[in-house]
Design a binder for this molecule. Structure first.
Ligand SMILES: [Zn+2]
Ligand SMILES: [Zn+2]
Length: 373
């Protein structure tokens, strides 16, 4: 466990301007360099010497101001009035439309509030162009998709956003009570009718369970339990975007953010740990069953204490676009590491209606000509 109280590395001011033409340099997913969109000049992001460290959960439950930071020196943030998502971005990027709900953002951006700064991120691995192409391919296999969805890809209104995640490590100690079931076999007599219709008495073996009280303690070290810090995207959708190649995490550097937005976490540190506990519970239950042993187990109560809890705040990259269709918000997103597309696809009533109408008309014509011959 590492305990740190140093101010986060993200507070250091740095500007990313092109030494050639002083335009703003943007992060280029293809080679991982900061690139000038005008003259093409490239600058490497220096490999960070700092290791990605776990932070002490206890120390951050009431973080001191020194433990908080912003994502970049010039970071602005803006809140979507419609869905409540807060996104951070750096000029010259603008707020634009909310990537999560598709609403035009009207609020004025303000300088970003401090947050528990991210420890690490996965940089964008595919470009906006590649992500748009994958979404177009995905759309091509979606019949009857509403025009609002097609517009999303064709107007390139799918945006690169870093989503916030927490990971937790902890030592767990669980005391349990329950019962161990052991099977034994009884000989049972029963009657049935044979082929001639005579009642006969036969015997058979039946399995029964004898229960014994059981109790004990199991311990387990859990590592990197990944919990979403966003509530703008459903948990099921986030799960379907997995896997994330978390072994490729880079120490956080604001340079990676250049040209992308980042969502501020909506799930606080402590709330995230409650989700982690729910994810850990089945693992502990499995340990308890193994510890009870026997042929069957019945668990009465498990009481778990957690110690040496550490966490990381991570940013993971997605391209996301949202559109409204019949009063509902639909999202399409791409895992910006793997290119995996996930999205909602409502069926356009009118497209299906006219398609069916066309079919009926065609059948009518065929029948008409068949009869008139
Ligand atoms: Zn330049
Ligand atoms: Zn929104």
């Amino acid at each position: 466990m590492t305990v740190d109280s140093k101010p986060s590395a993200v507070a250091r001011p740095r500007s990313y301007t092109c030494p050639g033409c002083s335009a703003n340099l943007l992060f280029e997913p293809q080679d991982g360099c900061l690139t000038c969109p005008y003259c093409g000049r490239k600058e490497m992001i220096p490999e960070s010497a700092t290791e990605i460290q776990e932070r002490s959960y206890e120390q951050y439950l009431q973080p001191r101001s020194a433990q908080m930071g912003t994502l970049a020196a010039t970071a602005l943030e803006v809140k979507c009035d419609s869905c409540g998502a807060i996104v951070t971005f750096a000029p010259p990027d603008v707020a634009g439309e909310c990537a999560f709900c598709g609403t035009k953002i009207v609020a004025q951006p303000k300088s970003a509030d401090p947050l528990v700064a991210p420890e690490a991120l996965l940089p964008f691995g595919i470009t906006a162009k590649q992500s748009n192409d994958t979404v177009k391919n995905w759309l091509a296999t979606r019949w009857f998709a509403p025009t609002a969805l097609k517009r999303l890809a064709y107007q390139e209104s799918i945006e690169g956003v870093y989503l916030p995640f927490w990971t937790y490590d902890a030592n767990t100690t669980s005391f349990y009570t329950g019962q161990r079931g052991e099977h034994y076999y009884d000989t049972e007599t029963y009657t049935e009718s044979d082929e001639q219709g005579n009642t006969v008495t036969r015997t058979r073996q039946v399995q029964r369970t004898r229960w014994y009280p059981a109790s004990g303690t199991v311990t387990r070290w859990v590592d990197d339990i990944l919990v979403a810090g966003t509530t703008s995207i459903s948990r099921a959708r986030l799960t379907s975007l997995e896997p994330w190649d978390l072994h490729a995490l880079k120490p956080y550097d604001p340079a990676f953010l250049s040209g992308f937005k980042a969502q501020r976490y909506q799930v606080e540190l402590a709330e995230g740990f409650e989700h982690a506990k729910v994810m850990i519970a089945p693992l502990i239950e499995q340990d308890v069953r193994e510890d009870i042993g026997g042929d069957e187990q019945s668990i009465g109560n498990i009481s778990t204490s957690y110690s040496a809890i550490t966490f990381k705040h991570l940013l993971l990259p997605v391209y996301i676009g949202a559109y409204r269709f019949q009063e509902k918000v639909y999202q399409v997103m791409v895992n910006a590491r793997t290119g995996e597309v996930q999205g909602d696809r409502p069926y356009s009533f009118w497209k299906i209606f006219f398609f069916v109408l066309l079919l009926v008309a065609l059948i009518g014509i065929v029948v008409f000509f068949a009869k008139s011959r």
